[in-house]
Design a protein around this ligand. Structure first.
Ligand SMILES: [Zn+2]
Length: 175
């Protein structure tokens, strides 16, 4: 069996013969596993307590190379991680808060890419039996741990992301 490491998260999985995902710097096998995690979350939990954490953890862990769209996508994922993990914006108000912070802002700068991109991967959303974590609290906790690991890997950019959020004026300065 041929195995390949994911260029984003480093996860080593059995090679999957499929085109690489268009919007992520990920291996096809890693992207398929992510698809399973997302699919399970939306099928299992009407209101996933983790909100968009899976989306942002995966996006920030699998940035595309170059280009304005790639830079903007990454910036949005990092801003969302900052809002969830630093500002503790609850999942239900995340979409509106993120929209207000971004307010159509685009053209973010290129960020130095950390290596490695976090000590946890999408594999942590699955139990030892290979099935997706099915219990609500445990699922939320796993998502949070994974997202925190990815966020921690981007520590060199924390100050810049905090400034983008501060400059949006959505939060009071003395928060
Ligand atoms: Zn990956």
């Amino acid at each position: 069996m041929t195995t390949t490491p994911c260029p984003g998260c480093g996860l080593i999985l059995a090679e999957r013969l499929a085109p690489p995902p268009p919007e992520h710097g990920a291996s096809p096998a890693c992207f398929a596993l992510y698809g399973r995690a997302l699919e399970h979350q939306s099928r299992r939990f009407a209101q996933p307590p983790a909100g968009r954490l899976l989306l942002d953890a995966y996006g920030a862990q699998h940035p595309m190379d170059g280009g304005r769209m790639a830079r903007d996508n990454l910036a949005v994922h990092l801003i969302a991680l900052h809002l969830a993990l630093v500002r503790h914006v609850p999942a239900e108000s995340m979409p509106s808060t993120l929209r207000r912070v971004l307010r159509g802002r685009r053209d973010f700068p290129e960020l130095p890419r950390p290596v490695p991109l976090g000590v946890l991967t999408v594999a942590s959303m699955f139990g030892p039996n290979g099935a997706p974590i099915d219990e609500l609290e445990a699922q939320a906790e796993a998502a949070r741990a994974w997202a925190s690991a990815v966020w921690a890997a981007w520590s060199d950019s924390h100050g810049l992301v905090a400034r983008w959020v501060r400059d949006s004026g959505v939060f009071n300065e003395d928060d």
